[in-house]
Design a protein around this ligand. Sequence first.
Ligand SMILES: *[C@@H]1O[C@H](CO)[C@@H](O)[C@H](O)[C@H]1NC(C)=O
Ligand SMILES: *[C@@H]1O[C@H](CO)[C@@H](O)[C@H](O)[C@H]1NC(C)=O
Ligand SMILES: *[C@@H]1O[C@H](CO)[C@@H](O)[C@H](O)[C@H]1NC(C)=O
Ligand SMILES: *[C@@H]1O[C@H](CO)[C@@H](O)[C@H](O)[C@H]1NC(C)=O
Length: 286
Amino acid sequence: MKWIFYVIVFIYMCYRAVYGLKSIQNETRGLSIEPIDYGPDKHYYNAGIRKSIICKGANKNPKVEWVNPAGDVVQRVATNRVFVQEHFVPAFRTRIPAMVLIFSHAKVEDTGVWQCRSGDIKNNISLCIIDPSEFVDTPTEVTVDRGRSITLSCQARGEPEPRLLWHRNGEIITEDLNPSKYQVMTKYNSQGFEGLLTITSLEPEDGGVYNCEAIQESPRVDDCTASVSVNISLQVNYAPMFADGNDTTLVPAKENERYLYFISKTLVISYYTIVGTLTDSSPPPI
Ligand SMILES: *[C@@H]1O[C@H](CO)[C@@H](O)[C@H](O)[C@H]1NC(C)=O
Ligand SMILES: *[C@@H]1O[C@H](CO)[C@@H](O)[C@H](O)[C@H]1NC(C)=O
Ligand SMILES: *[C@@H]1O[C@H](CO)[C@@H](O)[C@H](O)[C@H]1NC(C)=O
Ligand SMILES: *[C@@H]1O[C@H](CO)[C@@H](O)[C@H](O)[C@H]1NC(C)=O
């Protein structure tokens, strides 16, 4: 029965010899760049990180080079911010030359198509580096009286420069949405970009959560984007309605044996006492 074992070993060795070699040949035909993994739901690396990308070369031509997006060959100078280092990767009965591209401190300007080449063989990889937006001086709670106007402001700083979008209930707010209600503006200042949303003639139904989204898009490579957002909660103060439909009513009251009238308005917050002329006129007896 021992021969069965030898036959199996023999078949396995043949399989290894044929398919093992084939995959090596395949590898030696081209250059393979280690794929970039930005992490779940992320399309970029944060600026400032250290990152290395390995490119495995072809057997025939041991010279492997990295070329930056501007077309210059990256030098093996370890004191440069971006440099290359040669490595040999163990492979089937040999060692494959590999060139490691190292960013000691990635910058947004490193975004672009990097090329690994060995002789005539070339392979590209897109790199996306973003300094994600941060919101500065952005109040997240705003309270305004009914009937007035308010300008919500949201300020973001990042690189590439963020574009600001306002949303409410999942809908993008533009001036076209309701020109008599909303005015949208962006201005640039020392803190970065400031998005301004003016809401006029506030009504109770204007209260709620407004979302400001800062979107960054690199023009250098596709899908190099980042987005962060902040919620701003707007509260509209309004006077309670009286049963007769008026929001102003005269309420007779007694104080220090004198009759006073109060006009109650915006009940909780303020009410105005009218003492002078009203008290001089004859008040109705209580
Ligand atoms: C060989 O390389 C090509 C691309 O260069 C790839 O599509 C293919 O899957 C590879 N085959 C094997 C067996 O690795
Ligand atoms: C690689 O990038 C270079 C420069 O950006 C471009 O000219 C070339 O067509 C690209 N090659 C491939 C295979 O994408
Ligand atoms: C904003 O509020 C909505 C619900 O109103 C919530 O789903 C979302 O996660 C909030 N976003 C932030 C950035 O807090
Ligand atoms: C508002 O109040 C005044 C005086 O109290 C009254 O004459 C008028 O009818 C009220 N208006 C409505 C709409 O109820």
